[in-house]
Design a protein around this ligand. Sequence first.
Ligand code: FAD
Length: 417
Amino acid sequence: MPETPDPEVTDYVAIGAGPANLSLAAQAEAVPGLRGIHLERQREFAWHPGLLLPGAVIQISPLKDLVTPVDPTSDYSFPSFLVSTGRFYDFLSARFPAVHRAEYNEYLAWAARRLPTVRFGHEVREVHFRGDHFEALTDHGAFRGRHLVLGTGGTPAVPAVFREHLGERVFHAENFLRHEAVLPGRRVAVVGGGQSGAEIVRHLLAAGTAEHIAWVSRRPGFVPLDESAFANHLYHPEAAREFFGRSPAERTVLLRERRYTSDGISESLLAEIYQRIYLATHVEGRTGFIDLLPGYEVVGAAAVDDGYRLTLKSVDSVTSLDADAVVLATGYEQHPAPCTAPLAPRLRMADGAPVVREDFSVEWDGPDEHRIYLQNGARHAFGVADPNLSLVAWRSKVILDSIRDATGTRPKGSVTP
Ligand SMILES: Cc1cc2nc3c(=O)[nH]c(=O)nc-3n(C[C@H](O)[C@H](O)[C@H](O)COP(=O)(O)OP(=O)(O)OC[C@H]3O[C@@H](n4cnc5c(N)ncnc54)[C@H](O)[C@@H]3O)c2cc1C
């Protein structure tokens, strides 16, 4: 892995090497003559390492991997990983209902290691447009590309009432494993009724070391993920395109209505939590170890004694909850990475979000032959599937085809799926 920057201007510079830009890198490998560089701040690949909890599984088919949906013959597919690590038949015989996140992380790391254009330990501090190319500045120097692809992922969402308390005992779920050691013997509040909140509650129940668990969710109940066939259809490319064609008002309504096709909790996890609570209560005879608090929003947080007093509001009451530690399983927001600040004033915005075209490039005041593409930054334009893994391969294919059209390297007649 060379540590020196490439003095030449490549076809594109991509920032971040999570699943989105790894898919781009894997597909770009198969394109003769195309040159891109992918810069990642982590020293080695890790997929949300703070939430790699034992037993956690992915919520999609592993065939929706980095490449298979658009190029099933690629060397970077999940089946190719199974074969080359000598576990193909064992994997089939194991018949897991879902692939463990630890194994999917291993697959992604395996792909990342084999991709020569991915540079780890390269945090982009700033990115500028220099008239005929983009320039990404890192501690290892500048990297230049005719186009820019942003794949820096979501930003952990921290409710305003918790911002002043962030620290060792109030932290976002993204950092759970880094802080877990402070939880034994303490009253732990888990805020958030989505998949991450549920995984953390299951983990705490299994460990059995917290003095008390309070699980707070704004939602009226602990709502299951809708994984039915027609819901899954919303995670197909044609559904993303159909959503793109809707008016802003329709998009807002559809995003709200379709929320639980991505934000709910998988049914098997809900059942497991329920069963653990049942066994602890009715078989082991334990009481008072957990409070389930759906339908409550945390509207206040104050430091008291050695802990925190949370103010909880439901539709008809206000109550308080004392906790020694708070885990914020409050999701992620799609914000541009801080390193893109020099470009921010040049983007065309509508309702606080960049205006995104059908090829995932944003409208900006620079020349059209130099484009800025957004990976996982256009939920407002492409719908609920955008932050998800389902369309990672398709979206990268759309972006690569657009770059190849601009650079004249796409064969005539080739079709984007
Ligand atoms: C715990 C968890 C589990 C999930 N499980 C699923 C699932 O099962 N199915 C599903 O469909 N979706 C899932 N998702 C949602 C989504 O698929 C993932 O968040 C996915 O990782 C998004 O990929 P990404 O590449 O867009 O972003 P990320 O994976 O967040 O990658 C972004 C990368 O950019 C890097 N970066 C950021 N800034 C810079 C910079 N300035 N310079 C260089 N590098 C930078 C980061 O270090 C990071 O590696 C899950 C999300 C979480 C949090």
